[in-house]
Every structure is written in C-alpha cells, then in structure tokens.
Write a protein that binds this ligand. Sequence first.
Ligand SMILES: Cc1cc2nc3c(=O)[nH]c(=O)nc-3n(C[C@H](O)[C@H](O)[C@H](O)COP(=O)(O)O)c2cc1C
Length: 242
Amino acid sequence: MKVWNFNNELKQLFVDYHYASINDPIYTSTQAYKHLERIPKPIAGDVRFSLDYSLDQDNLFENALMTRHSWPYKFPNNVTIDVDFLSKFCQLAFIGNDKTGRTYPSGGAQYYVNIYLLLNESKVCEKLVKHNVYQLDMDSQQIVGLNFTKWEEIQEAYIPKASVETAQMAIALSVNLHHVSEKYTDISYKLIQQEAGHIGQNIQLVSNYMNLKSLPLGGFYDLKLSEIIGNNEAVLYTFLLG
Ligand SMILES: Cc1cc2nc3c(=O)[nH]c(=O)nc-3n(C[C@H](O)[C@H](O)[C@H](O)COP(=O)(O)O)c2cc1C
C-alpha cells in the first residue's frame, strides 16, 4: 500500500491530488458527466424497524431540516441582504457569538477552512459594496473587505449560468494547502473536506431558516475562483445564494 509521506517537506502528492480533480474551462468538454440514475441497493438482514416519524410543523429546527433543498434554478431574491442580515447569517452558520468554538466542528479545533463572502453588487445593500469580496474574521467577528470584483467577472468562475446570473451572493470555502497539514499530517486532506461539509450543511440550513435559497456547487472553475479570493488559497467548496 502506498501512503502519503508527510516526512518529506513538500507534501507534493497531496497538492497534486487536489489539483488533479479541479474543473477548468479547457477541460469542460471532457468533463461532461452523463446523467446516472441512482438505483437503491437493498440491504440484506432480518432485524428491521420501520422509522416512522411525522414532522412537528411548529418546530423551526425540524422545519429547517425537513424543508432543506438545493436550488438549481433562477434565484427568487426574496430577502434584503444588508449588514444585519449577514450578521445573523454568519453568527448562526459559523461564529456562534461567544460560545466556545464555532457552530460547526473542526478536527482538533484547528479551523483550517476559511470562509469568503462574494456579493453581487447589484443585488445587495449598496452600503456593503465598496468592496464585495469579504473574508470572515471569526476572531474579531467581522467581515473584512478584500477587493471589489464585478459580479460579471465572478460569474466566470461558476458553471451553472442561470444560477450565478440571479444569485445575490456566493460563499467560498478555501484553504491554504501548504498549511493544513501542520497538526494531522497524512490525514489532513480528509479532515479539511469533512470540515467543509459541516460548514456547507450549516450554510444550507441557515439559508433555509432565513428564507434564502442555496445551491452547493462542485461546478465551479477552481483557479478562477481562487484568483478572485486571492490569498493563495485553494477553493474546496462553494455555494450560490439568493
Ligand atoms: C458536493 C456537492 C456538489 C454539488 N454540485 C452541484 C453542481 O455543481 N450543480 C448543481 O446544480 N447542483 C449541485 N449539487 C446539488 C445536488 O444536485 C443536490 O444536493 C442533489 O440533487 C439532492 O438535492 P437536494 O440537495 O435538494 O436534496 C451538489 C451537491 C453536493 C453535495
């Protein structure tokens, strides 16, 4: 069995593995994945219990879970995105006010995954768009403007065009691949994907709770999105919202 050797300084295998699975416009024609219907695979076994449960309509938590969906359509833009909206969204989905840790778990509480908000300047409160690419600073509980990139250019990083054209904002989850293996060395790549999954679930549930539609995406051009957020980071996962 071949394992990743983190004794060597470069961790090159790990970085190569990541970049071998990116989307890029020059590969798009070969990256056309044909539709594959999921065929349920029965599980054999005689000890079975049926899991009957009906949603408690009055419970907001149950509602947020049970009505969670991805939105691969034009976004309805039913909410006003301003500082108050983003404050509530970020506190619930990520920060958790002054609780110990955050509202999502992270291997060894290292919190390697960074969170960026990309705002569509024509669909959010104008006070927010002197800059429209923000990084979330969890420690100061602020969003920090990094640059202004026209939504027209941000759209180039996204493959589902009808979605990105109508989105009010995007969220990108990214890491510096050269710094994530300090604690967990060989298993670090797996851990950052797991952390991103937790954050993604929070994004969808909090969006749903706050009447915002969301679309999780593997369909983005990695290098273009990384260039927009800067900081020499690789984007792991992104969401469109509106
Ligand atoms: C990792 C991941 C990547 C996804 N990428 C895309 C995508 O590129 N385009 C898209 O339209 N939907 C994407 N989706 C959404 C799925 O199509 C959706 O979750 C699935 O159809 C189930 O629907 P539901 O989320 O509404 O239950 C992605 C979901 C996940 C978890």
